[in-house]
Design a protein. Structure first.
Lengths: 167, 411, 184
């Protein structure tokens, strides 16, 4: 069998999923694919459990906020296959008003805290998550700080003179 | 935007202490505790000395690094990365620089790679010194820690020669180093690698076959590889379970493929194995530094950065005299350089595991999104499930051996 | 050998087997040379404190032999590292639990003023919630700077009046922070 590289990996995924995988790209050698939230758990499960691919390691789950796009939040999964020494990146674009996506905790227990962090920063509801609470910010915060409209600095600060900061 | 999101549920663990049938007590292993190495809290439900269940709360030092990074130019993010795993800051700095170099397709000369390897391996040694020293302190043995802290001072002196700072180093620039490593620094490195093995032997003699230490640590917190992979563990604690995943060997960066080193692996994944793996990794780091010094002899002297005038600041003397240098200086500082609009993920082997940088660039001065894949955060997630059923003293030792650094945990 | 200065005794009357001076000088001397720290180490400055406590810079020479994490048994609160807004109530609680006389040193830029982290989640200086006696700047400050901060505190302690904690100014200071005092 040929050593698994990005092209063969893409071929396998397209054979299995066809239209569900879109917008493939290989920036800096890392195969990046897009799919949608109905199929993401299927795709992740296939990648994890397939005997040839063996993407058993979930490297990270995070999200990006694109306010100017229609589906403004992208949830990004990075997976790693030790046996084949290859990584893959999956993106799911969901709408920003009420972002919901099934939780990956059914496949990896490590996704628990990664999804909590993503929820804390972006407000994405991970359906089926056992304990979706804030993890890094204060518990009674209502806004989601990593969204682009949230300001970096504390607006209630009184001792900072705008004049010295060029404002 | 916030109105359409469902109500946040409060995150406070509630154990009912008023139930007369319930013999369990709630113990707050709070954010300020001498045994927790940093500010994180565990609310434990205890049956006498045994933990029944626990809830971890973190975020007591959340400094919003990822949000700050969206407002800073690339070269100003390096001091932020310092403060992630502040016990081994050069590794974070180098990892960030390599991420940006990958984005910009900058080719780094071999000499710079070898100098980076020396600095990163010294940083790995400092981090393992702290972890194993504090593990000793937590089991009640203070002297070993003092011996090793003196060695850490020696490494601080080496950092001071290279970059001026002891702890939060901000070493290097995108494209290499800010100045050549001078001969005095190399002498100090050679003196260090001659001296350190004896000190490490003295330290290990105190603990390796010490009956008290073995009884405290052997069998505590044993984890098998399948569970560890399920929780996305990486670094020495994963290698202690038996899997030899090391980013330096799997996906070599900064010319690690030119070096000959072993990856120590444990068997049980308990605290004793993690301690032994870290000790052996320190010895392997010394081996790598020796090889790097030998390889540096063969490289042309004086090369300390890549030849990329668009991204590497020209020397100040030229800026005041030469028009081209002035223009480059202006463009780099004001962020008017063309950068590819793309995304890159780069991982380095931090002292705690796979430290990853996910950078999305939109061509502007600052990243569009920068996410740090922090090993301490991901490793610590298993702590609360792992400690149910343990004695409290074992749970404390287990926490020490995970080497959770609060800066990297909360970012 | 010539530039070693012995600590000066306070002015007083000396005789065969006795030395008489004012009470506040003696108490000040005793307190200043046995300040027991409560190391409230949150981040990077905490590692520099570990280096200060280590054998190279030895904090124990200054009387701080017993770093205790128990607020009731310590004299000075060394806040080292960034205090986030989530941590602020914990810090205030620890300060309130300390027994008088108590002093606070803010070590590092983050404890002094928020440091480089001008964000929504970081408290911009611990003097927003507790009164601070000495500020040690640096990011992180060198161990020599931390020792200098402790020596400045020793000067404050030596020269403090015994009645300071009962004066209306001190009570007003604690009122400003919303901290109750029991000496009413």
């Amino acid at each position: 069998m040929d050593k698994l590289d990005n092209n063969i990996l893409l071929l396998r995924l397209q054979e299995r999923f066809g239209e569900v995988i879109q917008n493939q790209d290989i920036p800096y050698g890392l195969l990046t694919l897009e799919t949608d939230e109905e199929h993401i758990i299927e795709v992740l499960e296939f990648l994890k459990k397939d005997e040839e691919l063996q993407f058993i390691y979930l490297t990270d789950i995070t999200a990006v906020h694109y306010p100017e796009k229609e589906l403004s939040i992208a949830v990004v999964y990075h997976l790693h296959s030790f046996v084949n020494n290859i990584r893959i990146r999956l993106k799911v674009y969901i709408n920003g008003v009420n972002p919901e996506i099934p939780s990956a905790t059914v496949l990896w227990k490590g996704a628990n805290w990664m999804e909590r962090e993503t929820y804390d920063f972006f407000g994405i509801q991970f359906l089926g998550h056992p304990d979706l609470n804030r993890i890094l910010n204060v518990d009674d915060m209502v806004a989601f700080p990593m969204r682009k409209e949230f300001p970096l600095e504390d607006p209630n600060r009184v001792d900072k003179k705008d004049y010295f900061f060029g404002r | 935007m916030a109105n359409s999101i469902t109500k946040i549920t409060p995150n406070k663990p509630v154990y009912n202490d008023n139930d007369p049938q319930d013999d369990l007590i709630t113990l707050n292993l709070g954010p300020t505790h001498p045994a927790t190495h940093g500010v994180f809290q565990n609310v434990l439900q205890m049956d006498g000395e045994r933990i029944v269940s626990g809830v971890s709360t973190i975020g007591y030092i959340h400094r919003a690094f990822e949000k700050i990074a969206e407002h800073r130019p690339f070269y100003q993010i390096t001091p932020l990365t310092d403060r992630l795993n502040y016990c081994s800051s050069p590794i974070n700095n180098m990892g960030w620089h390599m991420t940006v170099e990958k984005l910009l397709n900058i080719e780094i000369p071999k000499r710079v790679d070898y100098m980076r390897v020396i600095v990163m391996e010294l940083a790995r040694i400092t981090d393992h010194i702290i972890c194993n020293g504090i593990l000793g302190v937590d089991t009640g043995a203070f002297s070993g820690f003092l011996y090793l802290m003196h060695e850490r001072e020696k490494i601080y002196e080496i950092y001071e020669e290279i970059c001026g700072s002891r702890l939060t180093t901000n070493i290097g620039r995108i494209g290499g180093f800010e100045r050549d490593i001078n001969e005095r620094a190399f002498e100090k490195v050679r003196a260090f690698i001659k001296r350190f093995p004896a000190v490490l032997d003295e330290f290990t003699k105190l603990f390796d076959r010490n009956r008290i230490f073995i009884e405290r640590t052997s069998g505590v917190g044993a984890v098998d590889t399948a569970t560890a992979l399920d929780y996305s563990w990486s670094g020495p604690i994963l290698r202690a379970t038996g899997l030899d995943y090391d980013v330096r060997a799997q996906e070599p960066y900064s010319s690690y493929e030119d070096f000959d080193f072993d990856i120590p692996v444990g068997t049980n994944g308990d605290v004793y194995d993690r301690y032994m793996v870290r000790n052996e990794e320190m010895r392997q780091s010394l081996r790598i530094i020796e090889q790097a010094l030998a390889k540096l002899e063969k490289e042309p002297k004086g090369v300390f950065h890549a030849d990329v005038p668009e991204f590497y600041l020209p020397p100040k003397e030229k800026v005041y005299n030469n028009m081209e240098a002035l223009i480059y200086h202006f463009k780099i500082v004001m962020g008017e350089i063309e950068t590819p609009k793309s995304e890159v993920y780069h991982a380095v082997e931090g002292a705690n595991g796979e430290l990853g940088f996910y950078l999305i660039n939109d061509g502007g001065r600052s990243p569009y999104r920068l996410h740090f894949r922090r090993p301490s955060f991901i490793n610590y997630a298993m702590y609360a499930p792992m400690s149910s059923g343990m004695l409290l003293s074992d749970a404390i030792i287990n926490m020490s051996s995970l080497n959770v650094i609060a800066g990297e945990l909360d970012a | 050998m010539n530039d070693i200065k012995l600590g000066a005794a306070p002015p007083g009357v000396e005789g065969a087997g006795f030395f008489a001076t004012s009470l506040d000088k003696v108490i000040g001397l005793a307190r200043a040379n046995s300040l027991w720290p409560l190391p409230f180490a949150t981040s990077c400055c905490g590692i520099e404190f570990m280096a200060t406590m280590g054998s190279d810079y030895d904090l124990a020479r200054f009387g701080a032999e017993r770093p205790s994490f128990s607020p009731r048994q310590s004299d000075m609160l060394l806040v080292m590292g960034t205090i986030a807004k989530k941590m602020a109530p914990v810090l205030k609680q620890v300060y309130v639990q300390m027994a008088e006389p108590r002093w606070v040193i803010a070590v590092g830029a983050c404890a002094t003023s928020g440091g480089i982290f001008d964000t929504y989640s970081v408290l911009q200086g611990i003097d927003e919630i507790i009164p601070v006696d000495v500020y040690v700047p640096g990011c992180p400050p060198r161990p020599e700077a931390i020792l200098d901060g402790i020596m400045r505190l020793q000067d404050i302690v030596k020269n403090e009046s015994l009645n300071r904690r009962n004066t209306p100014e001190y009570k007003a200071l604690l009122e400003k922070y919303g901290i109750q005092t029991n000496n009413s």
